[in-house]
Design a protein around this ligand. Structure first.
Ligand code: ATP
Ligand code: MG
Length: 309
């Protein structure tokens, strides 16, 4: 089974307005609400690709209940740990007059130590763990050490652990040996502590991480993904596409790679799927994720180039 973890999920509300003027009242034309958060995006994208998976994480209050309900309605199984404080709500305002998108992002509920213990217990007891995908940031009250604990549990359970996070959480938890990490360009530069201007710099730096991590997927937006393993350094590129929104592209890329691995594909084929799924996500406006038909169309258009050592 594939498990995803989102420790700080959100109920996302997208509000469409005619025109937003600060200080003035505005009528809402239409509204959409859905379960958000990076691990949850991975779960939804996996579901779209046909991979059974279970979303884990922390939810609380009425908004947490709504989030669970919406996720189940979209066909994603979930087994969240319930916390006392209310799950956050993000508000995204889409202004029809100028196309601007304004996001109001909440911090998230404070999590108590006992609630974290409950979550880690639930994670330890999750049956048949083949993959553990840990994505996104921490809610208030938790320290990056939580990521190392999750990596350790996944590794003990014999799961392939995939980590997509940034900053201190990424730096610390790499030492707990996830199998796969998927930093984007700026996350990798932050980890390196210096700019990594080109593919050569990226591959040189990431090769130094291979004592701890088996596969580094450095995602480069429109330039695709550089995959670095002990036996290969490959740059996979998507075709040029009419991009509508890049929101969720990284999460879809993670889902694509995990889906490929779950199918038993080679690293190279899973990489192809990661690039196709990430790029498929950019074809949909707003927070829309990838669609299967788009992935299938993009798969044969992904090109590979071996990066010299
Ligand atoms: N402008 C684009 N054109 C084509 N493909 C794109 C574009 N942006 C992203 N992608 C695809 O999505 C993948 C992941 O994108 P990116 O490197 O931006 O991830 P990210 O920064 O982690 O995204 P996220 O904001 O979802 O966390 C890329 O490797 C690529 O395949
Ligand atoms: Mg990302």
């Amino acid at each position: 089974m594939i498990y995803t973890v989102t420790l700080n999920p959100a109920l996302d509300r997208t509000l469409h307005v005619e025109s937003l003027v600060p200080g003035q009242s505005t009528r809402i034309r239409s509204e959409a609400r859905y379960a958000g958060g990076k691990g949850i995006d991975v779960s939804r994208a996996l579901r779209e690709m046909g991979s059974d998976n279970v979303a884990l994480g922390l939810v609380g209050g009425f908004d947490g209940k709504e989030l669970e309900g919406r996720l189940l309605l979209s066909g994603v199984a979930c087994r969240f740990t319930h916390i006392a404080n209310e799950t956050r709500t993000n508000i995204i305002i889409q202004d029809a007059s100028n196309g601007a998108e304004t996001a109001l992002l909440a911090r998230g509920p404070e999590v108590q130590p006992a609630e974290l213990m409950d979550f880690l217990d639930a994670l330890e007891r999750s049956p048949d763990m083949d993959f553990l995908v840990v994505s996104g940031s921490l809610p208030p009250g938790l320290t990056p050490e939580v990521y190392s604990r999750m990596m350790a549990i996944g590794n003990e359970r014999g799961a392939k652990v995939v980590l997509d996070t940034a900053g201190a959480a990424l730096r610390q938890s790499i030492r707990a040996r996830p199998a796969v990490i998927k930093p984007n360009r700026s996350e990798l530069a932050e980890l390196a502590g210096r700019p990594l201007p080109d593919v050569k710099a990226i591959s040189e730096y990431t090769r130094g991480l291979l004592d701890l991590v088996s596969i580094v997927l450095a995602s480069l937006g429109p330039d695709g993904i550089v995959m670095v393993t002990k036996s290969e350094v490959v740059h996979a590129r998507p075709p040029k596409v009419p991009v509508k929104s890049t929101v969720g592209a990284g999460d879809c890329a993670v889902a694509g790679f995990v889906h490929g691995m779950a199918l038993g594909e080679s690293n190279l084929d899973a990489l192809r799927r990661a690039v196709a799924a990430g790029t498929a996500a950019t074809l949909n406006a707003g927070t829309g994720l990838c669609r299967c038909a788009d992935i299938d169309e993009l798969l044969p258009q992904v090109t590979f180039e071996e990066v010299g050592r």
